[in-house]
Every structure is written in C-alpha cells, then in structure tokens.
Design a protein around this ligand. Sequence first.
Ligand code: GLU
Length: 283
Amino acid sequence: MTNQIPQPVVTRFAPSPNGRLHIGHAFAAIVAHDLANDDPEGRFLLRIEDIDGPRSRPEFADEFRRDLEWLGLEWIEVEEQSKRIESYQNAIEALQAQEIIYPCACTRAQIEKLPMRRAEDGRSYPGSCKSECVGQAKDPASPVAWRLDIDRAIAQVGEVVWTDEFVGAVVADPRDFGDVILVRKDLPASYHLAVTLDDAADGVTLVTRGQDLFETTAIHRVLQELLGLPVPHWLHHRLLLDEAGEKLAKRRGSPPLAERRLRGDDGLMLAEQLRLQKIGTGT
Ligand code: GLU
C-alpha cells in the first residue's frame, strides 16, 4: 500500500441491483468497509447503482442491505443513482460546451461493420461518428448516445496519471477504450460517467473495486480532469475465483449470499474467512 492513503478514508460499495450478490461482492464490501474502519474518521458508504433501466430492481437492493447486515457490516447509505439524473445531465452539458462529446446514433449492428481499433479487452469504437454518424440514416426522433472524443480529451488534459494503492503511480492510456459512451441511448449516463460523478459527489477518497476494472480508471481520470473533480486514490483488489478458477459472476450462477443467509449460514464467520484472503494480486 502507498503511504499516503487520503484522509479521511471514505470508501464505498456500489452494487447494481440487477441480480443477487455473491461471495465476491461480500469480499469487495468487506475490503471497502475495513479500510474505512481502520481510520477513526473513515466512512464506508453504500451506493445503489440503479440506473440500469428495467434490469434494476428495488427488491435486489433491499436484499443487498440484508446481506451486508448479515456479514456484520455497518454503512452510510448515500443517494441511489436514479436520484442523481440531474447531476449527470449537468455534466453532459458541461462536456457539450467543451465540444468534447458527440452524438452517435449507430446501432450495434452498424458498429459491428466498422473497422475497429484494438483495445486490450476487446474491440473499441473507432470514433467514426465524429465526422459522419453512420447510424444517421436517420430518424431525427431516434435516440442518440453521446461519446467522448478521446483524442480531443487527451489533447486537452495531457498525461493521465493516477494512484493505485498496490501499484503506485499509473500512467494510463485511455485511448485503448476508444470513444466511450457517456450517455447511453436508453440511459441518462453510462457506468463511466455516473461512477466518476458519484464518487466525487459522495466525497469518496479511496475507490476500492475489483481488478477487472483497473484499466477503466484511466477514463475516469480523464473525466475528472474535464469536469474539474477531485482525484481520489484507487485500490483494485483481486477477484475471488470459483472452484473452476473462473471469476465469480451473477450470470454464471455463483451461489447468492441471500441463499446462504436464508439457509442459516453464519454471516459473521463468512466475513472472518473472507478477511483472511489476500486483497491484492502482488502482495
Ligand atoms: N456498479 C458497479 C458494479 O457493480 C460498480 C463498479 C465500481 O465499483 O466502480 O460493477
């Protein structure tokens, strides 16, 4: 860990209520909780990330609270994302004024036909709509997404550096992701925009999350620069794997915490077991 974790340590657990929590989520919540608790002034926040349209269901959020309680965690719950739409809109207006985002009406099928640029984790959108949106064949009433012009953004903000508690200073190239979507056609904000704004609004000083999101931090850093937001530290913890060595995931049917809770398992004991796990990959 770096020797300058920002004080007070304000962390958050930010689950999306589109499915049940599994043991990997419990690990993530405990990591965030305990880091905040180690600081007498620290705060551990729960933020329900519920802007995923009809996939977000309040009953999952209720279940999350019961799961966290069962694990023996205490938290401060902050506003869920569905109540923050105005802040997303304000940010989009600010980015529009900087002419750093542009509308894209392409459908997935149209994008698949474009020559793509390679990103580390797959293919990324090459920015074709900057000059002429191929999807604009064109119903003016059809919804558009808004994309970040990453080349222009980088030209504006310069080198992007951020601090990971395990890795130290990271110089990142957000170009790997191409022109990411900040407003989806069907949603008022993408994950990247919402999480960056919310962490700033909630005063999060240490963003803890899984290693799988390490690279995306570069985009969040660019957005912070463009929007004049405070810069926290990050800690990307390792992901717990299932017996087959696969990442635990709701969609792969990892046993939900609620199932264990309802069958009478001891949540406090599970939390203690998870505390014995290594947090980082290289420690
Ligand atoms: N809602 C996001 C998720 O569940 C949060 C990711 C993050 O911690 O930044 O994956």
